[in-house]
Write a protein that binds this ligand. Structure first.
Ligand code: HEM
Length: 496
């Protein structure tokens, strides 16, 4: 049907090459001329920052070494601009710019080309919802995430800690992320469904769900060119079957299987006379009053909470364990504080969980140095506008990176030193320390996360000495910022 001469094919290839490779380079260079030293440019054909991230790991064992060093090595830099297959990405670093973007969320929408099968997994969940649909969902879920509601979960968390740590092998590398992730996932599942689900494919339901989510998300890393070119051609929509690899087809089938189990549970709940007071009942009541909401929303909302809640919290706990191991003096102090405040684990309850400011300071310091979410979810610009002096074009990408502020001597004296006591002094600017973001789209699960990490720390330090299991730790990105090897911790029971 189509007949092209050799010359025409060469010409088309040159045009495609120019669009994909040269256009972003020219755009970035023009911006560099305009903004000078305030802008840091990173360009690599098609892959953008991907290559720089690899270099940071190889050289410094830390994917985000560059970001941490910005205040020292490039203090004048306010914005990093790089290319990606979706266009130019602008990373804002300064509190004023971060404030503007978080306070003017209507100028942006969350970028949704990034996740394979996102529309089937969680794009109907809170993190990605927009406008009235988001408002409604946030309203329904907010009540269940208030601290007073969450406090009722403390007996469950305490029981799960005892159960999940029981079979830990002493002085052996253990997967602390997996143990804490199971606890967090169970709390989310019980809070949402008031029930657990049967094992699936030889694993617990939660392990299967997390495994499927992580495997789907890592397809971008494992087959970047296939995923990038497919998203480039088909955008966010359903990808035709023939573009899926056999691995992707299997993952999709497992995801559908999980969703079917959740769908059955929702159907059963809809028919129940006396519904338990949990997230699902709140959601079902809203669905009944709002024809635009469906069961699919409830399913994706649950998957979203698992996705947003498990890894973030368990890796924060992992970071706390890392800090305890490399600073034995703080481990000793924290254990003494916990013993002084609580005496025995039985005495920990929903009244006294927050009495120790020292535990809060310790967690804050871990979040400052090893925050699990250093980059917020990428946003797409909805209309041309300026952030400070920086012009953003419609459809370009915006990211916020909070690490440079955490390592800036202007905000935290001696920033590379681990010092929980610094948190005794109040930080003035609320846009400097943002592990959970701020404003109307802040983290809905922050009280849940902190409560869980506190319970976990109290249990851990009352029962175990914590140390590292290996010599070298590489800080990398596995959906959240974390140590690459999950088995980096070992425990030794404390004689009582
Ligand atoms: C240490 C643990 C956690 C950290 C560091 C964290 C961090 C964040 C951050 C930075 C955001 C804003 C993202 C953005 O605007 O791009 C966010 C949003 C969110 N988080 Fe968390 N999170 C944690 C735990 C949790 C938990 C336990 C849950 C739920 C069970 C949760 C659910 C959510 C949801 C649903 C949103 C989106 C809120 C909205 O857009 O209205 N997070 N989180």
């Amino acid at each position: 049907m189509f007949q092209f001469s050799f010359l025409e094919i060469i010409l088309y290839l040159v045009v495609i090459l120019a669009l994909l490779i040269l256009k972003p380079l020219f755009q970035i260079l023009l911006m560099k001329i305009k903004y000078g030293k305030k802008m840091y440019m990173i360009y690599f054909p098609l892959l953008g920052r991907g290559r720089q991230f690899q270099n940071q790991i190889q050289k410094y064992n830390d994917l985000y070494h560059f970001e941490k060093m910005i205040p020292q090595e490039n203090p004048e830099v306010e914005m990093i601009v790089s290319n990606s297959f979706m266009g130019l990405t602008h990373v804002f670093l300064k509190p004023d710019h971060i404030k503007f973007i978080l306070q003017n969320q209507d100028l942006y929408k969350k970028a949704t080309k990034v996740f394979l099968f996102g529309d089937k997994m969680f794009y109907k969940g809170l993190v990605f919802q927009e406008g009235d649909e988001w408002k409604l969902a946030r309203n329904v879920l907010s009540k269940s995430f208030e601290f007073d509601q969450l406090r009722a979960r403390i007996p469950l968390i305490k029981r799960l800690c005892e159960e999940k740590f029981q079979s830990v092998q002493e002085n052996e590398p253990i997967n602390i992320i997996n143990i804490s992730g199971n606890i967090v996932g169970e709390v989310i599942t019980q809070s949402f469904f008031s029930q657990s689900f049967k094992d699936l494919n030889g694993k617990t339901f939660l392990s299967e769900l997390v495994n499927v989510l992580v495997s789907i998300i890592s397809q971008y890393r494992e087959a970047p060119y296939r995923c990038i070119s497919r998203a480039f051609i088909f955008g966010e929509s359903d990808y035709p079957d023939w573009t899926l690899s056999s691995v992707e087809k299997q993952l999709l089938a497992r995801l559908q299987n999980i969703k079917e189990i959740l769908r059955v549970s929702i159907k059963e709940r809809q028919q129940m006379q006396n519904k338990p007071a949990d997230f699902l009942t709140a959601y079902i009541n809203t669905i009944q009053q709002n024809p635009n909401l469906t069961e699919e929303h409830a399913i994706q909302q649950y998957i979203m909470l698992i996705f947003a809640g498990i890894d973030t919290t368990s890796h924060l706990f992992g970071a706390c364990c890392y800090a305890l191991s490399i600073h034995p003096e703080w481990q000793k102090k924290l254990r003494e504080e916990i013993q002084k405040q609580y005496g025995t684990y039985e005495q920990l309850n929903n009244e006294n969980i927050n009495i120790s400011s020292f535990i809060t300071n310790f967690i804050n310091e871990c979040m400052r140095m090893y925050t699990p979410v250093p980059y917020f979810v990428e946003r797409e610009v909805k209309q041309d506008h300026k952030v400070g002096e920086y012009f953003l074009k419609k459809n370009s990408q915006v990211q916020l990176c909070i690490l440079p502020n955490n390592y800036d001597v202007k905000n935290f004296s001696d920033p590379f030193k681990f010092n929980p006591d610094r948190w005794n002094k109040q930080i003035i600017d609320p846009f400097i320390f943002l592990p959970f973001s701020t404003g109307k789209r802040n983290c809905i699960g922050q009280h849940m996360a902190l409560m869980e990490v506190k319970c976990l720390l109290i249990y851990l330090l009352m029962n175990f000495e914590v140390s590292l299991s290996g010599e070298k730790q590489v800080w990398s990105m596995k959906f959240v910022y974390t140590i690459q090897d999950d088995k980096f911790i070992q425990l030794k029971r404390i004689a009582k």
